[in-house]
Design a protein around this ligand. Structure first.
Ligand SMILES: Nc1nc2c(ncn2[C@@H]2O[C@H](COP(=O)(O)OP(=O)(O)OP(=O)(O)O)[C@@H](O)[C@H]2O)c(=O)[nH]1
Ligand SMILES: [Mg+2]
Length: 639
């Protein structure tokens, strides 16, 4: 018999243990408790988009993206399904509070013949909610080990390790847990009888999946001799997947009978806040407070106080030292300019990364992690869902878009948490077109001549974002977003987790973005040496003059692509020279914000979405920026 499944038997391969389960049940927290290796842990579903792998002795532990059922719908679920099939041991992690919803999945795993351990995580919260589970009884009924854990406190993790080691080589005992009604049973066993190959899933499990119209299984049985008959049985049977699932749920209910004890407990403060925050009257002020909190930490402490301190230090010490050293040792002007001078690798690239970006992103990520882990963010997403629907996205999009006000580059990566391709594209467009990053926000606040100018800027940019989203949602094909994010409970953020998350994001940031900054310095250098910049600047001066700005401003636009805040800083210079009127400052603020994303973000868009889309987004932002700039110019009486 051929082995059609993904599972390949090799002698030397390490034994694999996959942590699987619904989103936000603590798989990554458990992964960390087991292996000491950090994978992003957040209090909102769908955090894990990359697979994390780490060692536990000679075993390989794999953290997977959350999956709602064995039948994958999203790309992430498909990845998780594949990892599951390749594993030697499956640890099904469930939220003890929601065991009723999770157990059908356990039953399917057992029925499919996977070597499975059931972990009831979050028992601390379950008990606070008055839910007590008799795990011994459940273990007896299921015939697999059932363990209680509190991943964040490493409670029960030692026993889990022991159990993993004990079970890893074992063949699971065949136990038929799911009892179907006669008419379903008939079809299932008929399909089962037609299958001849060997798979990593049991024949019966495969038959059930086929009847659930699972495309992965349909693909797997393509080479079966009886494929036509199988296909016919599956498509001709008038059993709806829904009915089969309902019977599996009924089985789960039967097994759980007498296992769960619910006691009345007084609802905690956190729980009360959690419920209140879903009410707009309380939730909207809470959202505004949260935004103010991010702004205070990242916008004021990070972007102003810390940047000032570090940048002054860097310029007075590093830049001066580097330039003095170059003056004395390198006679060639252009070579000196590559490293030092105004735009050199050290004096611009490294300085930018360390003195400007580092303090802003650090403070921003701390603030953001606190919001994520407290459970406030998913509530904001829920409240804003209505508005986001109008621009083609679900409330979930608030997470990348808000992250975009910190760093657009990272936000483009985080669009992976959105369910559909279409949503990701729309979010990418909005991020590129008009969400100002923290560096840009800081400078805009600095150059706005007064509050009124600030308000005009905010209104125009917001209007453009809404229009862009509205049009994109009508033009871009694909299925509409549905909001099915479970709202996690309010939790007190864990300092340890906030710290790890910030550090791992910073690590990512420096690995991905620092090289780009160095590259930028080199590109600017080439641009200046070859006079390519002069050509671009004179080409840009055409639209720049059309929106009523002096030709000198086109330099600002070009450099704005390399450093978003540099563009704005250049604007500051021009306006303090008295070259810009009040109206012109506003026009320039609007146009520069909407103008192309910075080069780092542009490269990431190309990487995540492909070069074609990257270029399309780039051209779109140029068009939108100058159109909106022109409209503002007319409004302000500049042209
Ligand atoms: N109180 C408590 N909180 C927990 C426990 N396990 C995890 N958490 C919290 O639950 C949230 C979700 O944990 P994650 O480890 O990110 O969940 P996940 O299953 O990896 O989620 P996805 O990757 O999004 O599918 C985080 O806020 C954790 O701190 C637990 O046993 N008790
Ligand atoms: Mg995870």
């Amino acid at each position: 018999m051929e082995c059609h499944s993904v599972k390949a038997e090799t002698v030397t391969a390490e034994k694999k243990v996959a942590l699987v389960g619904n989103p936000n049940v603590g798989k990554s927290a458990l992964f960390y408790a087991l292996t000491g290796k950090y994978a992003t842990i957040s209090n909102y579903p769908g955090t894990t988009v990359d697979i994390a792998v780490a060692k536990l002795g000679d075993l390989e532990i794999i953290d997977t993206p959350g999956m709602h059922s064995l039948v994958p719908v999203t790309g992430e679920e498909e990845v998780a399904r594949k990892l599951l099939e390749e594993a030697d041991l499956v640890v099904h992690v469930v939220d003890a509070k929601n065991i009723r919803r999770a157990l059908p999945f356990t039953l399917q795993l057992i029925e499919a013949g996977f070597n499975t351990i059931l972990v009831l995580n979050l028992v601390d919260e379950a008990e606070k909610f008055g839910i007590f589970i008799n795990e011994k009884l459940l273990e007896e009924r299921l015939g697999i080990p059932v363990l209680k854990t509190v991943a964040t406190e490493k409670r029960g993790v030692g026993r889990l390790k022991d159990e993993i080691r004990k079970r890893i080589g074992l063949k699971p005992e065949k136990k038929r847990l799911i009892r179907f009604s006669p008419q379903v049973e008939k079809v299932v066993s008929e399909v089962e009888g037609l299958i001849e190959g060997e798979y990593s899933i049991s024949k019966r499990g495969l038959a059930i999946l086929l009847l659930l119209k699972d495309s992965v299984s349909l693909e797997a049985v393509k080479r079966e001799k009886n494929y036509p008959q199988i296909l016919e049985k599956v498509s001709k049977s008038n059993l709806l997947p829904y009915e089969i699932m309902r019977e599996i749920y009924e089985n789960a209910e039967r097994i759980l009978d007498g296992v769960i004890e619910e006691r009345d407990v007084e609802s905690s403060i956190a729980r009360k806040i959690g419920i209140l925050a879903l009410n707009p009257l309380f939730g909207i002020p809470l959202t505004i407070l949260s935004l103010a909190f991010i702004y205070l930490l990242a916008g004021i402490l990070g972007a102003q106080i810390l940047v000032d301190l570090i940048e002054t230090w860097f310029e007075e010490n590093v830049n001066t030292a580097v330039n003095t050293f170059l003056e004395q040792n390198i006679p060639n002007y252009w070579l000196r300019e590559l490293i030092g001078g105004e735009y050199g690798i050290i004096t611009l690239g490294i300085r930018y990364a360390i003195a400007i970006i580092f303090p802003i992103v650090t403070t921003f990520f701390i603030a953001f992690s606190l919001l994520e882990d407290s459970g406030i963010l998913p509530r904001t997403a829920y409240l804003l869902d209505g508005i986001f629907k109008k621009i083609g996205m679900s409330g979930r999009a608030v997470i990348p878009l808000l992250l975009g006000t910190g760093c657009g580059t990272m936000a483009v990566i985080v669009t992976r948490i959105l369910e559909t391709w279409r949503e990701r594209v729309i979010a990418t467009i909005l991020l590129a077109v008009g969400i100002p990053c923290s560096a840009q926000l800081g400078v805009m606040l600095g150059i706005a001549p007064d509050f009124r100018a600030m308000m005009i800027w905010i209104s125009v940019v917001t209007a453009v974002l809404l229009i862009a989203g509205f049009i994109s949602s009508r033009v871009i094909p694909g299925e509409r977003a549905v909001f099915f994010m479970e709202i996690p409970p309010i939790r007190v953020p864990r300092p340890e987790n906030v710290f790890y998350k910030t550090v791992s994001r910073l690590e990512w940031y420096f690995k991905e973005v620092l090289p780009i900054f160095v590259l930028i310095s080199v590109l600017i250098w080439i641009g200046r040496i070859t006079t390519a910049f002069d050509i671009i600047v004179s080409a840009l001066s055409v639209p720049v003059s059309a929106i009523g700005l002096p030709p000198k401003a086109s330099e600002v636009f070009l450099y704005g692509f390399f450093r978003r805040d540099y563009g704005a800083a250049g604007l500051f210079d021009i306006s303090s020279e008295g070259l810009l009127s009040y109206g012109q400052v506003v026009v320039a603020m609007v146009t520069l914000t909407l103008f192309v994303p910075c080069i780092a973000q542009f490269s990431i868009i190309c990487k995540e979405r492909g070069i074609k889309q990257g270029i399309a987004v780039f051209l779109l932002s140029v068009a939108i920026a100058f159109t909106a700039g022109y409209a503002t110019a007319v409004m302000m009486g500049v042209v």
